[in-house]
Design a protein around this ligand. Structure first.
Ligand code: PLP
Length: 458
């Protein structure tokens, strides 16, 4: 019987990196130089880098060891065979196509299968998924349940697809759907999980309408652990067993291995049927590489094979979800509102509610992002009007529906004392929040504003 309340990091550390520690005054200089856009900061002036959980994992000794014994043969690499065996065992899919990351898999699927005017449904499409679908002239359709759009709703599976809506959509559009999708966890919706029951019903609907079902499975292990924790009747199953059932319901999947495969680069497509395989492999050879390496070094394939096993360790997953929950609860205790309930890989602060004195056209999310950096050395990401706001033809500003600030946690990188240190520092951010000011947009690039925009404090 475990009588401890603290969930500890289920690993010890062999290789360490120094942590940058700057004064507030120095950080303010860097912030001004960066035009108040944290994408322009050099990483060595960032103490806690929560920009993304993608590709930022600390790898294990076992992964590094596997990389050293990798077989870098151009064709027929032993390392590919190893990855293929792991993916087959996990997903039940025979055909495994490696890609250099998730969006390369999306590009291949869209180029091979989607045509102008076609539609692809999902709970929420991630932004690279949407971009690849739209690039070939098709439409990305989001059918998440209404609770998934409400930051206050405490629904345990806010990533679920609205089943009646999906049924109606498929009935109306089935002639023009190359494949149907679901994203686990729902990244765009806040890293919220999808229930096993919902995936079962979604699979039935796709099957009934004769549509191929593909899972975007970037965070399949986090999703499977949420199912174990929250879904009635699932607590006694192993996460591997739950994950295998999820995959068994689909016709295939693709993955950005930079998330739950615990690596810095990589991805794959896995398919049950041979139908699309030749076409996809032909495109793969054109832009990614030969089918046994797909744009990666064999050592990357080895690291993925090991990571896909390690991520199913339930002590790791318990710790992983505890980090996010701990930070969300810590923020809430200090009066910092967050999207509820906490998802798998990130905490989302509601900046509109936290800084009600800053109007949306002065970017409350960006103001908070800048203060988190000045005060704590945190690099977070605004997901609000900087990212999604637009100007109408007569120059009026149309704000985003929400003003969120995302803190995405790299896997196995920061420790409990780092998180406690941050929460201590947040007391001061809360005490001084009335003094925070908005920002003025002084450089507005034509596309993807958030990466290169520049601001001035008001
Ligand atoms: C990260 C991500 C992708 C894209 O993967 P990359 O490796 O960044 O190209 C696709 N879907 C989801 C849900 C993701 O989180």
């Amino acid at each position: 019987m475990n009588h401890h309340r603290t969930i500890i990091e289920p690993f010890k550390i062999k290789t360490v990196e120094p942590l940058a520690m700057l004064s507030r005054a120095d950080r303010e200089v860097h912030l001004e130089r960066a035009g108040y856009n944290l994408f322009s900061l050099p990483s060595e002036v960032v103490t806690f880098d929560f920009l993304t959980d993608s590709g930022t994992t600390a790898m294990s000794a076992a992964q590094w060891a596997a990389m050293l014994v990798a077989d870098e043969s151009y064709a027929g690499s032993r390392s590919f065979a190893r990855l293929e065996a792991v993916v087959r065992q996990l997903t039940g899919c025979t055909h495994v196509i490696p890609t250099h990351q998730g969006r390369a898999a999306e590009r291949l699927l869209c180029l091979a299968l989607a045509k102008p005017g076609m539609k692809i449904p999902s709970n929420n499409h991630f932004d690279t998924t949407r971009a690849n679908i739209e690039f070939v002239g098709a439409e990305a359709v989001d059918l998440v349940i209404s609770e998934g759009r409400d930051p206050r709703s405490r629904h345990p599976f806010k990533g679920n697809i609205d089943l009646p809506k999906l049924d109606a959509f498929l009935t109306e559009n089935k002639q023009s759907i190359p494949f149907g999708m679901i994203t686990i966890t729902n990244n765009t919706g806040g890293g919220q999980p999808v229930s096993l029951e919902n995936i079962r019903e979604v699979a039935k609907l796709y099957k009934r309408h004769g549509i191929i079902f593909i899972i975007d499975c970037c965070r399949f292990a986090e999703n499977a652990y949420f199912i174990k924790l929250r879904e009635p009747g699932q607590s006694n199953r192993s996460v591997r067993d739950i994950a295998q059932e999820i995959f068994s319901l689909s016709d295939g999947c693709y993955m950005s291995a930079k998330k739950d495969a615990l690596v810095n680069i990589g991805g794959f497509i896995a398919l049950r049927s041979t139908e699309w395989v030749e076409k996809l492999r032909a495109l793969l050879i054109l832009t990614e590489g030969f089918p046994t390496y797909g744009g990666l070094a064999a050592r990357d394939l080895e690291a993925m094979a090991v990571g896909l096993e390690e991520v199913l360790d339930e002590r790791y997953l318990e710790y992983r979800l505890a980090v996010t929950r701990y930070m969300a609860e810590g923020f809430n205790k200090l009066g910092i509102p967050t999207v509820q309930p906490p998802g798998g890989h990130a905490v989302y602060i509601d900046a509109k509610e936290f800084l009600p004195h800053i109007p949306t056209h002065q970017f409350p999310g960006q103001s908070l992002v800048c203060e988190l950096y000045s005060a704590e050395g945190i690099r977070a990401c605004e997901i609000g009007s900087v990212m999604f706001g637009s100007f109408t033809s007569n120059g009026d500003f149309r704000p985003s529906a929400m003003e969120l600030v995302r803190l995405a946690f790299p896997r196995r990188v920061y420790t409990q004392s780092h998180f406690d240190y941050i929460l201590e520092g947040m007391e001061e951010v809360v005490a001084n929040k009335a003094k925070l000011k908005g920002l003025k947009l002084v450089y507005d690039p034509p596309f993807l504003r958030h990466f290169t925009a520049k601001f001035q404090p008001l």
